[in-house]
Design a protein around this ligand. Structure first.
Ligand SMILES: Nc1ncnc2c1ncn2[C@@H]1O[C@H](COP(=O)(O)OP(=O)(O)OP(=O)(O)O)[C@@H](O)[C@H]1O
Ligand SMILES: [Mg+2]
Ligand SMILES: [Zn+2]
Length: 357
């Protein structure tokens, strides 16, 4: 059966988790020493591993395998991963947010674990609990039953009453660094038999904006069943102008050909590209030219393939540092002004004429 990437690549052990080292460290110490809290609050932006980590903690608390917990292989770990373990209850507060739902939860809490060591309740989207439900739940938190752990996950902790917040150990999930995402995605591609260019994967990671799930879903759409993934596939899907466009328009500016540069711009904008985004990406391109001019090893600083770095190098040889600095000054001012302008396109056209003049 077909499974979305973000379902098939769910971490089974703590080592699989990207980023969040600060959280893993705390949880692992607590698991080793047996000093686990009664209630946790996992906060943070979407797709950074809150639900995943809640399941990992549930597994670790019930794992019967050897070595580091969770082992990911024992019957308990497997049953939890499959959602078939009776003592781990997942509840989506977005759809079960009534007082009755909480009441039945409170009743079930009174029974000891069926087969596991700890009962674990994972309450996802906890900020969606109605205020009555939250109040009912608070009573449970006030007299926490033995051998029970609550894990509340939310993107929006400010919506939870402070009475609940103060009874939970709060852990904040951070956005996952681009580099970690792209390294892991190269691995994912290898595992599913897709030959991916590193600069294609790096571009996806940059657009994931710290969310592994968003990244996986972009990756999946870019691959779309093919066995090969190039930077152009990604650019096409994301609707970003490629390096060709920036090389072309910069060439026209270097040649002081304002009509030519304006024509490139018109073409780009007709494809639906936004003025501000285009300008920002153009500044990035010029910055890359500058880095290449002054670095022997630009590959480390620039997210591009060898071939494209060569094309940049060729262009950087034809532009002076004074020209680079003038262009960056003009375009940066434009980025600032464009925020308040009703017709940012006109500003960009004027800027182009100024740079060519
Ligand atoms: N830190 C991470 N390391 C590895 N994979 C991750 C991480 N975060 C998210 N993922 C991937 O994204 C999928 C969804 O993650 P998860 O459900 O844990 O996110 P979440 O933080 O609970 O998001 P939401 O706020 O939308 O509920 C996982 O199955 C996994 O494939
Ligand atoms: Mg979640
Ligand atoms: Zn296990």
């Amino acid at each position: 059966m077909y499974q979305a990437l973000y379902r098939s690549f769910r971490p089974e052990v703590f080592d699989d988790l990207l980023g969040q080292e600060h959280i893993v460290k705390i949880l692992q110490t607590q698991i080793e020493t047996g000093e686990v809290c009664h209630a946790y609050l996992f906060c943070g932006t979407r797709g950074t591993g809150k639900t995943t980590t809640a399941r990992l903690l549930a597994k670790a608390l019930n794992c019967t395998g050897e070595g580091k917990k969770p082992c990911g292989r024992c019957p308990e770990c497997r049953a939890i991963a499959a959602g078939e373990f009776l003592d781990v209850v997942e509840m989506d507060a977005a759809s079960n947010n009534s007082v009755e739902d909480i009441r039945s939860l409170r009743e079930s809490v009174n029974f000891p674990p069926v087969s596991g060591k700890k009962k674990v309740y994972i309450i996802d989207e906890a900020h969606m609990l109605s205020s009555q439900a939250a109040n009912a739940f608070l009573k449970t938190l006030e007299e926490p039953p033995q051998d029970t752990v609550f894990i509340l996950a939310t993107t929006d902790p400010n919506k939870l009453p402070s009475t609940i917040l103060s009874r939970c150990m709060r852990l904040d999930f951070r956005r996952v660094p681009e580099k970690k995402i792209s390294e892991s995605f190269m691995d994912v591609c290898r595992k599913i038999g897709v030959e991916a260019d590193p600069d294609a994967v790096a571009l996806i990671a940059a657009n994931a904006d710290g969310s592994v799930r968003d990244g996986l879903s972009i990756l999946e759409r870019c691959i779309a069943g093919s066995k090969r993934l190039t930077r152009d596939d990604v650019l096409f899907l994301l609707g970003i102008s490629g390096i060709d466009t920036y090389l072309k328009i910069t060439d026209r500016v270097i040649a002081k050909d304002s009509a030519g540069a304006l024509a490139v711009l018109a073409e780009v904008l007709s494809e639906g590209k936004e003025v501000l985004q285009f300008t920002k990406d153009w500044v990035e391109h010029i910055r890359d030219l500058m880095l290449i001019k002054y670095s022997d090893d630009p590959q480390n600083m620039i997210n591009l393939s060898k071939e494209n770095i060569e094309r940049l190098r060729e262009q950087s040889d034809r532009i002076t540092i004074k020209e680079i600095s003038d262009m960056i000054t003009v375009l940066s001012k434009l980025i600032n002004d464009a925020r308040y302008a009703s017709k940012p396109r006109v500003l960009l056209e004027l800027a182009i004429i100024e740079m060519c003049g």
